[in-house]
Write a protein that binds this ligand. Structure first.
Ligand code: IPE
Ligand code: MG
Length: 237
């Protein structure tokens, strides 16, 4: 979710105004994901690197998080949205941790969309944590394979994203889900996050659905998987 600051500046407003307007875009994305039958939506809300922003902006973002969680919980429950979080949650202010835990608990039985908030998150942080846990578990080097690493990530049961959407014209991953994005499709749009609404989200999904995903195979293998050897083609989630 990128472009809040620039969106506000273009309007002669403080960056925080952009963040506040981005909340409606989050609602839109959650609504659209629910309508499209998407199982998992992960929002990169605050990165490890975002801690280096001015203190007042960080505070405003944290307050916005607490307010939004409290304001949205009833609607999330009504829609069957289960809220989870990933990242170094212990680094967040107490009020945020409490608000998060409250919503996680209240939505824990919800069976619809799983909405994951990445907070104080970075892909390198997650991978470093995974290495730490593998060492702590005393797993011998010869038993470590990709599956070992995957199982020690923060949310091992969440499938890899099929599609990454980045707003505001930037074309980078910025330390997001580095392991999980290995074979994801990427969608970059110039639209600033506060302007990114349901129609943009749905258009991105529609465009994604028309793409051919080969997972390293040839186009011919994908078109007739039984004609050439090579085993099962990974099923898209
Ligand atoms: C994204 O918008 C929101 C957060 C990182 C919380 P930015 O704040 O990065 O907006 P720009 O990139 O400065 O426009
Ligand atoms: Mg930005």
């Amino acid at each position: 979710m990128d472009g809040n600051g620039r969106w506000a500046r273009e309007r002669g407003e403080d960056r925080v105004f952009g963040h506040a307007n981005g909340v409606e875009s989050v609602r839109s994305a959650v609504r659209a994901a629910g309508e499209l039958g998407i199982d998992y939506l992960t929002l990169y809300a605050f990165s490890t690197e975002n801690w280096s922003r001015p203190r007042n902006e960080i505070n405003a973002l944290m307050e916005l998080l607490v307010e939004s969680l409290a304001g949205e919980v009833a609607e999330l429950v009504r829609k069957g949205v289960r809220l989870c979080s990933t990242g170094d949650i212990s680094a967040l202010p107490e009020s945020c941790i409490a608000a998060l835990r409250n919503v996680e608990e209240q939505t824990s039985d919800c069976k619809g969309l799983t909405l994951i908030l990445a907070l104080s998150y970075s892909g390198r942080w997650e991978l470093t944590e995974a290495v730490r846990r593998i060492v702590q578990a005393g797993i011998p080097a010869e038993f470590i394979d990709e599956d070992t690493v995957r199982k020690h990530l923060s949310m091992p049961d969440v499938p890899d994203p099929e599609l990454l959407i980045r707003t505001s014209g930037e074309q980078r991953l910025s330390n997001f889900l580095l392991w999980q994005l290995a074979y994801s499709e990427l969608h970059f749009t110039p639209v600033m996050w506060p302007d990114f609404r349901e129609d943009h989200f749905k258009a991105a999904i529609l465009e994604f659905r028309g793409r051919e995903r080969r997972f390293g195979r040839t186009g011919e293998q994908i078109k007739s998987p039984t004609a050439s050897p090579g085993g099962e083609i990974p099923k898209a989630e």
